[in-house]
Design a protein. Structure first.
Ligand code: G16
Length: 543
């Protein structure tokens, strides 16, 4: 089959955001759009030649077309072997694991994560490097630069490929292995958690509910929770992956997972209620009568991890993104572990994980995972919670109450102002930045400001420095306001305002988060002139 060199012209908008390139489907369907981006990756990563490449996606609309394109281009660019999930499916953490396990030189993950899917929805591409982590800032910049000057790409015409048939096929000398998307991942989970204890916990009548939201985790949850752990089939909701995610928004949070919150607070609620997102890397955890905020989930899991089979040798460190609540810091302190604070974006954890400096990482954006893979991992978090419930025999609510009594509570909320005109969002950031200079030493409500700056991160492992990673006003350990612009949206700009307040007095542990954080919310509005500059009276999404 002859390799074709196709002449193309650059698109100038292929700058990846927080996690890969995400755009409307229609943007990706423009002639040569996807090809340009993929060729830019092949050009910047010569190690792919003669090596193994993992390919998969979250099953959203355009996934199969994109995979065919990628496989034809991989063959034309000299890749020796492609390993692809059956039906084009691989959850993001499972793909990362496969890259690690197979010693692959990288992976293409076709996903726009939790963003809605379908012809009018979003599509995306992430490139993960050897070792399984997302491409770092330097490589991402080089790929972007290449995409702005690209003039040709390599491909094959009309390849014959059956994505639904497991086994090996050959395309122009390149082997293509179509694999079950769950097998390797399920094996990994069995090595980390005590499946017998969890099975027993379920057998004793403890109920759980997991919502796969018609996205990629359906087959994983079905195999692991139902077939291997013995949960009834009805425990997994929306288990069939659909190209449009059933018209839903698989972003498991208090808004898009509202039905789960209602279930958690209903009579006879299951013991554990959880959900994952489009590509399986996020998680939401609820117990009977309680929502566990992601920062708390990270802290509780870190505290219990050494009791779980895969972590009995102990932890080497805990990492969280800067805007994430500092609940994990207290656990790290108590466990005499280093606590690493990184910018938003899972990629920043990967060097720490590779260097053995962190065992568990987490983000406020409903992401938690450990060193077992190089992506956040929704089902891992659910299994970790199940294992904690099984070994403690306590309900989620009791675990949280005890945790807060011991460590204090970090009230936390993120207020999103979505789909703002870019200039309005920039104006708020400028107003907030402008107010920082004179804030130190001043009062913010009851608290004194101890730090007001823009967060930069110096990665001590590779020496890189990431600047402009969010504005923050810190009042010692008591309170914090962080403001930044999202790097994952595809429409307008999204302003994120993160609010955190710490209380340790037993009488202050059970307030409503919105009440506890109201003074900080008002201060954020005042300092950033949010209402005045955006015309919005309230956030469009509060999680
Ligand atoms: C991605 C990143 C996360 C990040 C989140 C939100 O998650 O992998 O590290 O926290 O986006 O980023 P932003 O605040 O810039 O929108 P996902 O699940 O969308 O891949």
């Amino acid at each position: 089959m002859p390799i074709r060199e196709i002449t193309t012209k650059p698109y100038l908008d292929q700058k990846p955001g927080t996690a890969g390139l995400r755009k409307k489907v229609a943007v990706f369907q423009q002639p040569h759009y996807l090809e340009n981006f993929l060729q830019s990756i092949f050009d910047c990563v010569p190690a792919l030649k003669g090596a193994t490449l993992v390919i998969g996606g979250d099953g959203r609309y355009h996934n199969r077309d994109a995979i065919r394109t990628a496989i034809a281009m991989a063959a034309a660019n000299g890749v020796a072997r492609v390993v692809v999930g059956q039906g084009g499916l691989l959850s993001t953490p499972a793909a990362s694991h496969l890259i690690r396990k197979l010693g692959a030189a990288g992976g293409f993950l076709f996903t726009a994560s939790h963003n809605p899917a379908g012809p009018d929805g979003d599509f995306g591409v992430k490139f993960n490097i050897a070792g399984g982590g997302q491409a770092g800032e330097g490589l991402t910049e080089r790929i972007y630069a290449q995409s702005k000057t690209i003039s040709r790409y390599r491909t094959l015409d009309d390849i014959e490929l059956d994505l639904d048939r497991r086994g090996t096929q050959t395309i122009a000398g390149m082997s293509v292995a179509v694999v079950d998307c769950v097998d390797d991942y399920a094996q990994l989970m069995q090595s980390l958690f005590d499946f017998d204890r969890i099975r027993d916990w379920i057998r004793r009548g403890n109920a759980l509910r997991f919502d796969a939201m018609h996205a990629v985790t359906g087959p994983y949850a079905q195999r692991i929770l139902v077939e291997q752990l013995g949960a009834p089939a009805a425990a997994v909701l929306n288990a069939i992956p659909l190209e449009d995610f059933g018209g839903g928004h698989p972003d498991p949070n208090l808004v898009y997972g509202k039905h789960l919150v209602e279930l958690a607070f209903s009579d006879g609620a299951p013991e554990l209620i959880a959900a994952s997102d489009g590509d399986g890397d996020r998680n939401m955890i609820l117990g009977r009568g309680i929502f566990v905020s992601p920062g708390d989930s990270l802290a509780v899991l870190a505290a219990h991890l050494p009791q779980l089979p895969g972590y009995r040798d102990g932890l080497c460190g805990i990492a969280r993104s800067m805007p994430t609540s500092r609940a994990a810091d207290r656990v790290a302190h108590a466990m005499h572990l280093p606590l690493h604070e990184t910018p938003t974006g899972w990629k920043f954890f990967c060097n720490l994980l590779d260097a053995g400096q962190a065992t568990i990482c987490g983000e406020e954006s409903f992401g938690t995972s450990s060193a077992h893979t190089r992506e956040k991992d929704g089902l891992w978090a659910v299994l970790a919670w199940l294992n904690v419930l099984a070994i403690t025999g306590k309900p989620v609510q009791a675990i949280m109450r005890e945790h807060w009594l011991r460590y204090g509570r970090h009230y936390f909320q993120r207020h999103d102002y979505e789909n703002l005109p870019g200039p309005a969002a920039e104006a708020v950031m400028q107003a907030f930045a402008g107010s920082l200079a004179n804030l130190r030493g001043q009062k913010l409500g009851d608290w004194e400001v101890t730090l007001a700056d823009e967060f930069s991160y110096h990665d001590r492992i590779d020496g890189s420095i990431a600047t402009g990673q969010g504005l923050r006003v810190v009042c010692g350990e008591h309170a914090r306001i962080v403001m930044r612009l999202s790097g994952t949206g595809t429409q307008g700009a999204t302003l994120r305002v993160y609010l955190e307040r710490y209380e340790h007095d037993a009488s202050a542990l059970h307030w409503k988060p919105a009440d506890a954080l109201a003074p900080l919310s008002a201060a954020a509005d005042r300092l950033g002139r949010i209402g005045e500059l955006t015309g919005r009276r309230a956030a469009s999404l509060v999680t």
